[in-house]
Design a protein around this ligand. Structure first.
Ligand SMILES: [Fe+2]
Ligand SMILES: [Fe+2]
Length: 252
């Protein structure tokens, strides 16, 4: 496990120890499952009206994400607190969209646009597949039902990643465009994710989600948060730099 992941896990365990931290975290993950990604699915469904196979795939993927949101929303309510409102500045997908120039909700006019939409979903899934095992681990010994929910979702996210890889390659005008776009999206996502992690940490400390922890421990986390805010280290997923495995069928 990478150092940043180990730190994330330690921080999460502290934050999730109290119901307020758990409610906030689960509400945030539930929100991310169906909100902005929904606009990408809507654009894909519109484009795929005459492409039955693609339409079916997008519809299933979108339905899975809705189900994940419901499962996680139910776990948020199981804390006994009302669903937490996630502040705008902590919404990772919106920040990613901004950094990529406003992609969500745009009509998809060409096969290359379909490739881009799927590469965007791919980097989101790469992050999900990287983070969900940590989320699952963080709930071990704390909330067995939530552990089960994350384990179930994880299997779907791995399948989604395969959809994304296959569709993006199928609609790519060339291997070069596919590879360049994917690496660019991964680089942007790694930066946006790191920035959002710092904001999340800051928010958790400010909201008192770690108030049960000794003052010295909280001080230590504040130092780490300040260090990350200044140094701004990118947080690439392990997929960064992984080359295309199979030849691409150009369908332009
Ligand atoms: Fe999901
Ligand atoms: Fe997914």
């Amino acid at each position: 496990m990478r150092i940043a992941d180990k730190l994330t896990l330690l921080f999460m365990k502290r934050m999730l120890a109290g119901p307020r931290g758990r409610s906030h975290f689960l509400s945030q993950v539930a929100d991310a499952e169906n909100n902005d990604e929904g606009a990408v699915f809507a654009a894909l469904l519109e484009r795929a009206k005459e492409d039955e196979a693609l339409h079916k795939l997008v519809a299933r993927h979108a339905a899975d994400e809705e189900r994940h949101a419901e499962l996680l929303g139910a776990r948020a309510l199981a804390t006994g607190l009302p669903r937490a409102q996630v502040p705008e500045h902590l919404k990772l997908l919106r920040r990613l969209d901004e950094a990529l120039g406003g992609f969500f909700g745009q009509p998809l006019r060409s096969n290359e646009d379909v490739m881009k939409a799927y590469l965007l979903l791919q980097v989101i899934e790469e992050r999900a597949v990287t983070q969900f095992p940590l989320f699952k681990e963080a709930f071990v010994g704390l909330d067995d039902e939530t552990v089960k929910v994350f384990a179930e979702i994880e299997v779907d996210e791995e399948r989604h990643l395969k959809y994304c890889q296959a569709v993006a390659k199928r609609y790519a005008p060339s291997e070069e465009v596919h590879e360049k776009t994917l690496q660019h999206f991964r680089e942007v996502e790694a930066k946006v994710f790191a920035e959002n992690s710092v904001r999340n940490m800051s928010y958790a400390l400010e909201q008192g989600f770690l108030d049960e922890a000794p003052a010295l421990v909280r001080f230590g986390w504040r130092l780490i948060q300040l260090y990350a805010a200044v140094v701004k280290p990118a947080r690439p997923t392990p997929y960064m730099g992984v080359p295309v495995q199979r030849p691409i069928l150009a369908t332009a």
